[in-house]
Design a protein around this ligand. Structure first.
Ligand SMILES: NC(=O)c1ccc[n+]([C@@H]2O[C@H](COP(=O)([O-])OP(=O)(O)OC[C@H]3O[C@@H](n4cnc5c(N)ncnc54)[C@H](O)[C@@H]3O)[C@@H](O)[C@H]2O)c1
Length: 393
């Protein structure tokens, strides 16, 4: 696609989708335009329209996904629909040659992981997961420092995304829709919302998970009723072994205090981490015997954006929502590779799914099959277990 061609974009799911509609409004994305919106909830589309074009540039509205995907109105789609239904609609888009930018998680079953990889391999369009947490100022800096080499090989890493929600924030999840179904958050297993914790570590180090073992902490069932959740395991911790022999501790979206994000790399020559409570800053240090004369270690500083700071700082998730969109549009134009691509995205889904199986089976470890291999995919296509209704019937 030429650098000057305007990319037409459809947004499916206008709650989270509204954030990306606003991001696309920042001055930097003049080469992209929202041409279609889809949500069964009309008021969510109303809320998006304010940030879209008007008159002949106004997006067309749909409530039916099939009509939306068949409209021919867009070359790229932003999938912000339900957590457990991304793979199905990503495959629908890829089959029509539509580029996909999909929210987390990429796929909620092993079968969908395999199906999604096959759909992406067959398509001329690109797939990128809309995983925004790698793209904060501090996480870019950790990646830069790790790649500079002085820290040495990573041995241990930690990623935490702690996002507890109040009973009030959770009240909608206990109201069934017209089909009698509850919201996905009601059933969400504690390892499933883990890409915000894991993905930055993969981005920084280029490591690949090959094995997972997990444990959970349970809340009091009575208190859980107050929060409307059906899953008593509220804190899920996974130990992920990587192809190069490192161990990552990943804690995704646990219901505990204190809310926030934290990332750390422990390497042979030193370490680097974000600063708790000061998430735009990093702390870096090297082993004492490796320091230059007079060198301060450890040292805390707030890095600068490499570029685009004036736009990124206007956008949510500490600028991550700006940069992840920039990566996606760059990938659509063929200027850079998507990250996370379909293999990394489904690998993170596998970690989450096998992590949950580990918890349910006495914390036994699971090897993570490599979805590059068609024979592995053939086997996994048969594994349709899901914790989310209606799939778990
Ligand atoms: N990356 C982030 O920082 C971040 C932040 C918030 C949410 N998310 C992700 O975004 C996704 C959406 O979450 P949310 O918080 O917006 O809540 P949500 O899942 O309740 O919203 C989904 C929206 O899609 C619409 N929708 C779903 N299926 C539809 C269908 N078949 N036809 C028409 N409309 C349909 C719903 O009406 C709703 O407005 C989730 O996957 C969530 O994990 C990511």
């Amino acid at each position: 696609m030429s650098a000057n061609k305007v990319i037409h974009i459809g947004v499916f799911g206008c709650r989270r989708g509204k954030t990306y509609v606003k991001v696309l409004k920042t001055g930097k994305f003049k080469g992209a335009r929202i041409t279609a919106l889809c949500d069964m909830n009309e008021s969510r589309m109303d809320a998006c329209e304010e940030f879209c074009g008007h008159g002949r540039l106004a997006p067309k509205r749909f409530t039916d996904p099939e009509e939306f995907f068949n409209s021919g109105l867009f070359e790229a789609v932003i999938l912000c629909n339900y957590f457990s239904e991304h793979a199905k609609y990503a495959a629908m888009a890829l089959a029509r040659g539509i580029h996909v930018f999909s929210e987390t998680m990429a796929a909620h079953t092993l079968s969908d992981c395999a199906m999604l990889v096959e759909a992406a391999e067959k398509s001329k369009a690109i797939y990128m997961m809309a995983e925004n947490y790698p793209f904060t100022k501090a996480n870019f800096e950790i990646k830069k420092q790790y790649e500079a080499g002085r820290l040495g090989k990573v041995l241990f890493a930690e990623g935490e995304y702690i996002h507890n929600m109040s009973p009030d924030e959770n009240k909608d999840i206990s109201i069934p829709n017209e089909k009698g179904e509850y919201h996905w958050r009601k059933y969400l297993p504690c390892t499933y919302y883990s890409s915000h914790a894991l993905c930055p570590l993969l981005f920084m180090t280029g490591e690949k998970p090959v094995k997972v073992v997990a444990m959970s902490a349970k809340d009091d069932p009575e208190r859980e009723k107050e929060y409307g959740r059906l899953c008593p395991d509220v804190v899920g911790v996974m130990l992920v072994y990587t192809a190069n022999g490192a161990v990552f501790r990943v804690n995704g979206s646990s219901y505990m205090g204190i809310r926030g994000n934290w990332y750390r790399l422990g390497c042979v020559n030193g370490g680097i981490e974000t600063v708790r409570g000061k998430e735009e800053s990093v702390r870096i240090g090297f082993n004492k015997w490796l320091l230059e004369e007079g060198e301060e270690s450890p040292r805390i500083y707030e890095p600068d954006w490499e570029s685009d700071g004036e736009f990124a700082s206007q956008c949510s998730h500490r600028g991550g929502d700006y940069w992840v969109m920039k990566y996606f549009l760059g990938a659509v134009r063929g200027e850079r590779k998507p990250f996370p691509d379909v293999y990394t995205a489904t690998l993170m889904s596998e970690v989450a799914i096998y992590g949950w199986r580990s918890i349910q089976n006495g914390s036994i470890p699971y090897d993570i099959p490599d979805l590059h291999d068609p024979k592995v995919r053939e086997e996994l296509l048969k594994d349709t277990y899901s914790p989310f209704p209606p799939f778990n019937n």
